[in-house]
Design a protein around this ligand. Structure first.
Ligand SMILES: Nc1ncnc2c1ncn2[C@@H]1O[C@H](COP(=O)(O)OP(=O)(O)OP(=O)(O)O)[C@@H](O)[C@H]1O
Ligand SMILES: [Mg+2]
Length: 266
């Protein structure tokens, strides 16, 4: 992503050398791993606004031809806009589902012709365009090829989970060996899920004493959190959700409540 940012910033220089900077990128990866976040960051780094186009904006209508008209209108408006912006098309698989998966029938015909318009409009588009999907296998190959770059945004590694948990637990700080246990039992968890757990812990630390639970045990807090914050059903659940008792057993050794790094009292 950093490389692409550099490429976009050096666009004029590249053009002077007869190289066309790549202006479209498809982000793919499991839910909650940061595709939308990345698009926001890219726009912020470039200092231009981001326009989000959800798939529902064109598939809302059942009338034949309506979706294509919707796609055309959106791209016409984007081209007429005076300020440059980053265009972010979410749920790309529903804009351009794999044509091989069609089983015939009116709805499929409508989708295929919408896909045709989307393909053409992306090709003609002159600005910076990002697409995102968590079902890359459902993306039509022709649509896939329209993107100059494809980037996968994957589940976080051990080191990344460590950093994400530490960051979202702040201002509380767990000792490294305690965080390591959390890293173990959350293997396979997305950043979104880790954030949910860390924020649940912080909420309990702040609100627990006010709700008559001044010294609530970590195990009890976690049992509440994992009911409220759950991995998406289609993924293999991380140990904390899939083997809860064993995971909570491992976490029992952690000294609780943790210390607050900023010295404030809970
Ligand atoms: N690398 C990261 N570090 C810290 N937090 C992250 C990271 N990636 C994502 N998050 C957090 O996880 C949450 C979900 O991220 P985001 O919406 O970007 O995921 P997504 O890939 O777009 O998911 P979906 O496929 O469901 O649209 C956000 O609250 C974001 O702050
Ligand atoms: Mg998203």
């Amino acid at each position: 992503m950093f490389e692409w940012l550099t490429e976009l910033r050096a666009a004029d220089e590249l053009r002077a050398a007869k190289l066309v900077p790549r202006s479209t990128c498809l982000l793919h990866g499991p839910p909650g791993c940061g595709k939308t976040t990345l698009a926001h960051h890219l726009a912020a780094r470039l200092g231009i606004p981001m326009v989000l186009i959800g798939a529902e904006s064109v598939h809302g209508s059942a009338y034949f031809g309506e979706s294509e008209r919707g796609v055309r209108q959106i791209f016409d408006a984007l081209e007429a806009a005076e300020t440059p912006c980053v265009v972010f098309m979410d749920e790309m698989e529903s804009w351009g589902g794999n044509r091989n998966m069609n089983r015939g029938g009116g709805a499929d015909n409508a989708r295929t012709s919408t896909l045709g318009v989307v393909l053409r409009k992306i090709e003609e588009f002159r600005g910076i365009l990002l697409g995102a999907t968590n079902r890359p296998e459902d993306i039509d190959p022709a649509l896939w090829r329209r993107f100059g770059l494809q980037m996968s945004v994957d589940l976080p590694t051990d080191e990344e989970r460590f950093a994400i948990l530490a960051r979202y637990l702040r201002p509380w700080a767990l000792p490294d060996d305690a965080l390591d246990v959390f890293v173990d039992v959350t293997e396979g968890a997305s950043p979104a899920l880790l954030r949910g757990v860390a924020e649940g812990l912080k909420r309990a630390l702040i609100l627990g004493p006010r709700m008559g639970r001044p010294a609530e045990e970590l195990a009890a807090i976690l049992r509440r959190i994992i009911v409220a914050v759950r991995p998406p059903p289609e993924i293999l659940p991380p140990a904390l959700w899939g083997a809860t008792d064993a995971a909570i057993g491992e976490l029992a050794s952690i000294a609780w409540p943790p210390v607050r790094a900023d010295g404030g009292d809970a």
